[in-house]
Design a binder for this molecule. Sequence first.
Ligand code: DAT
Ligand code: MG
Length: 144
Amino acid sequence: MTDAPRTQRTLVLVKPDGVRRGLAGEVLRRIEAKGYTLVAVELRQADEALLTEHYAEHAGKPFLPPLVQMMASGPVLAIVAEGHRVIEGFRSLAGATDPTLAQPGTIRGDLARDWGRPVIENLVHGSDSPQSAAREIALWFPAL
Ligand code: DAT
Ligand code: MG
């Protein structure tokens, strides 16, 4: 099974909370089980500069400093996945940002919860548009 030629790529991150809890493999499993292709997979310790750039859209928001701190608290599994409509497809697999409200059946709905900390810990990041995906893939995997 292969995709039509004009396919799409997205950046997925298993955040440090997911890696710490041993859920990196479960996220990869769900991406593969859905039928998307893995293009790159790398365990990485991100620094503040990369994370501030990654979350540039959230500059000035009160949750940005704790978010960057949490994202730098341990390694992340950085993934590029490919397939027709994979950007919205992975967002759908991930579920809503707030893990308390994320639907059961989604990664966040099944596996994440709100711990009452300053930043929401919700296991995964997924690019939210073709523009974000291109920017984020260039940032995390400049060789691609
Ligand atoms: P998403 O990761 O669903 O694209 P986002 O881009 O709006 O969500 O926010 C990035 C991350 O920041 C999100 O995954 C969890 C955290 N976050 C978002 N809104 C928050 C808030 N109001 N308080 C605390 N953390 C928040
Ligand atoms: Mg986002």
